[in-house]
Design a protein around this ligand. Sequence first.
Ligand code: HEC
Length: 149
Amino acid sequence: MSMKFTLKAALACTFLAVTATAGGHTAVEQRITAMKAVGGQMRTLGGMAQGQVAYDATAAIAALQIMRNSAAAALPLFADPTAAGAETRARAEIWADGSDFNDRLSAMIADMDVAIAAAPADAAAFGPLFGAVAGNCRSCHEKYRAPEN
Ligand code: HEC
């Protein structure tokens, strides 16, 4: 089985998994679930990046694929301004700032695609690719996610 085929099959599987677990009824609930799935993989990947957990290429690429598919699932769920009264940390600036939010989320997905395509074989190759992905989180949250109440 070629690497390409394996990656494609894995992508198809994780896409199904994300679709099946994207719980909640409203777009807001679904995007929070999707973003939590992004955050969940950070623990696996961050541990490997910091050397707390031994680097495992198969596990890292699988985690990146779940992250990527979860972020892609969240993207369209930010299309409409949040209805009044919904429990959300999304700031109104998301919809006031034109395409900036979409561009940032798309840029993160692109960084994830780069990391997946590179299929890093060891921690040295993984580090900078993961750094590029993780570099997207904080700046967007600072601008577009309200603090926890
Ligand atoms: C383009 C902007 C953007 C990027 C990039 C982004 N996030 Fe978020 N994230 C948000 C917004 C906005 C919310 C709040 C959604 C809501 O409450 O409706 C959110 C919510 C979350 C949540 C849900 C729980 C909570 O505390 O609100 C987690 C977990 C999370 N993000 C993790 C991450 C991680 C990890 C990354 C980077 C790998 C990341 N996010 C990248 C904008 C972003």
